[in-house]
Ligand binder design. Sequence first.
Ligand code: PAF
Length: 285
Amino acid sequence: MSIQIVKSIREMQDIAERFRCEGKIIAVVPTMGYLHQGHASLIKIARLHADVVITTIFVNPTQFAPNEDYKSYPRDLDHDKTVAIDAGADIIFFPDVSEMYSKEFSSIVEVEGASKILEGSFRPTHFQGVTTVVAKIFHITKPHIAVFGQKDAQQAFIVQKIVKDLNFGIKIIIAPIVREEDGLALSSRNIYLNDTDRKNALVLYRSLQYAAKRIQEGARNVTDIRIEMEKIIKGGNPSQIDYIAFVNPEIFKEVEIIEPPVVLVALAVRFGTTRLIDNLLIRLK
Ligand code: PAF
């Protein structure tokens, strides 16, 4: 089996426009490649809702800070083709950096507020890179539907915000986190973990489950829960805990007292030089 690879923006726009004229529903799954079963689940969901499924593979330089892993970010197009085909994608949009960003490029799409906290406070220019490239991807692939993962909960909120604020007219579907059997959330960056850190990283999901249990038992003050989560995570010998946050997911603001109907517990933790994020949406009983 093969899949159509499109590298030119103009060609991708023409293809998308033709499908739209034929009345076909287009879904896009934006990715940075090195596809795993988490990405496959997004493509499978897109497949259920659309006639044409485009996945984009573009390691977007503008969402990485100079000290981050842009250069070493894993890339493997042959592997990605196999995963994309198996999951049911029709087209891979795979542009070069020079195709996406001309020398004169100078526009930015930015969401105030939500993009400055949690991930934004550790990666100040990250979301501006994400929202700008996602806006470009939407204009290039002209989708009716786009699928993003709950794994990047803050990104999911921010993408929904630009779609609403800027009237993109695209339905956004947020797909659940896919985990390994032992609970580790799938991520392209898991490949950086050595065996010891891979085992130690299980404390992340364990700490989230602990939070869920406490909240379901009635705990509402985040301070005590955070202290206990920190103890659990420190048991896995992390090099740094960037944050453990309790967030009202409707408005993406941190809370000190948990209120119904739902709270998002989100964290970012480093093992060695590998930075992992994870989260759990907890619906209050
Ligand atoms: O989630 C990702 O892989 C990226 O942030 C995205 C949405 C493809 C934008 O580069």
